[in-house]
Design a protein around this ligand. Structure first.
Ligand code: HEM
Length: 81
């Protein structure tokens, strides 16, 4: 939770899946990241993982740590409802 950031709902996140809207967002540990400019998330897919979702639990399947998020600034808190 970062109180200086706005809130995004799971529905709003779901639309940024790389298919329905131009922006590509992913959520990790309660924060939403805009990965639109990443060549590794083009069209919303990343090695069989889909954007527009909370991917916290899926990081365990990745060959990398959450250090990959360090180059992105969170844009919002994810509101789980
Ligand atoms: C089978 C699963 C996955 C594979 C094979 C994979 C592979 C990769 C590779 C090769 C990179 C670039 C090199 C690196 O930084 O290590 C990368 C970057 C990244 N990955 Fe994954 N990844 C997987 C799952 C995930 C998941 C589940 C998430 C989100 C929780 C994630 C988020 C990211 C992010 C944010 C980047 C940085 C993108 C950039 O720098 O443009 N990855 N991944």
């Amino acid at each position: 939770m970062n109180s200086s950031l706005p809130t995004v709902t799971i529905r709003q996140l779901a639309l940024r899946n790389g298919q329905d809207k131009p922006e590509v967002w992913i959520a990790y540990k309660g924060l939403v990241y805009n990965v639109t400019n990443s060549r590794l998330w083009k069209t919303g897919t990343h090695y069989e993982h889909w954007a527009g979702q909370d991917l916290t639990d899926e990081l365990a399947e990745a060959p990398h740590t959450d250090e990959v998020f360090s180059k992105f600034r969170p844009i919002a808190n994810l509101l789980k409802e």
